[in-house]
Design a protein around this ligand. Structure first.
Ligand SMILES: Nc1ncnc2c1ncn2[C@@H]1O[C@H](COP(=O)(O)OP(=O)(O)O)[C@@H](O)[C@H]1O
Ligand SMILES: [Mg+2]
Length: 228
């Protein structure tokens, strides 16, 4: 479904070489975790395979669409149509209610069913509240709802529980996996947390800007079975 070939990426005019000849294949419907220490290049790789950033060289292809050949506007359209994002920081609009934050995501895809999604993350009682009135876990659930309201084909998550305590983090991961199994989208999650990798179908290990290992988990754990 998503294929990255020979990706190189550097910053500061080539002085900071971050990705070195990365190749990666993501299968439709898979839950892939990109696992590596801080600074190993996970977020940079995620930005490139999701069409947020361009590599210096190499190609990214999504179901036959070569992202690396698209013009900026076409790439924006691609993201709008197919891709959902969840980050460690919530990036909610502070002056909008929960409902209107989620509606923004839904409007991008012409989806009128966003109220069900608010329900599915357990926030129907808070839909008139604004983000500052919610806990961190609730805010992240708004982000999940906003991303899913777009009905993405592929969901990218960068350390989605990085700012959450254990109990909230587990519950957010549990929501994400349940919604994935219900909706059937493809999911790529970046984390430095080895425990979270035990929840994935496929684990892609990164070190110093390269992929060092790719493996499938033989048994997959739930958010409440992993260590924290
Ligand atoms: N925009 C940027 N400008 C300069 N250096 C960057 C930039 N983005 C990332 N880097 C550097 O690239 C390396 C990998 O960063 P990143 O992809 O964020 O790693 P990870 O997500 O695994 O922590 C780090 O050394 C980081 O400082
Ligand atoms: Mg990162």
């Amino acid at each position: 479904m998503l294929e990255a070939k020979n990706i190189f990426k550097s910053f500061n005019n080539g002085n900071v070489r971050v990705l070195k000849d990365v190749c990666l294949d993501i299968a439709e419907g898979d839950f892939t975790v990109i696992l590596g220490a801080s600074g190993s290049g996970k977020s940079t790789l995620m930005s490139i395979i999701s069409g947020l950033e361009r590599p210096d060289s190499g190609t990214v292809t999504y179901n036959g669409i070569q992202l690396t050949a698209l013009k900026d506007k076409e790439l924006t359209d691609f993201r709008r149509k197919y891709v959902g994002f969840i980050f460690q920081q919530y990036y909610l609009l502070p002056h909008l209610s929960v409902e209107n934050n989620v509606r923004l995501g839904a409007d991008l895809a012409g989806n009128r069913n966003y109220k069900n999604i608010i329900k599915s993350v357990g926030l129907e009682d808070k839909c008139k509240n604004r983000p500052f009135e919610l806990s961190g876990g609730e805010q992240q659930r708004v982000c999940i709802a906003r991303a899913l309201a777009k009905q993405p084909k592929i969901l990218f998550l960068d350390e989605p529980t990085g700012a959450l305590d254990e109990q909230t983090g587990r519950s957010v991961l549990d929501y994400i996996v349940k919604l994935k199994n219900l909706e059937g989208f493809t999911m790529v999650m970046v984390t430095h947390n080895q425990n979270i990798a035990e929840m994935a179908d496929t684990v892609v290990k990164m070190n110093s800007g390269g992929i060092t290992e790719v493996y499938k988990n033989s048994s997959i754990k739930s958010a409440y079975e992993i260590g924290w």
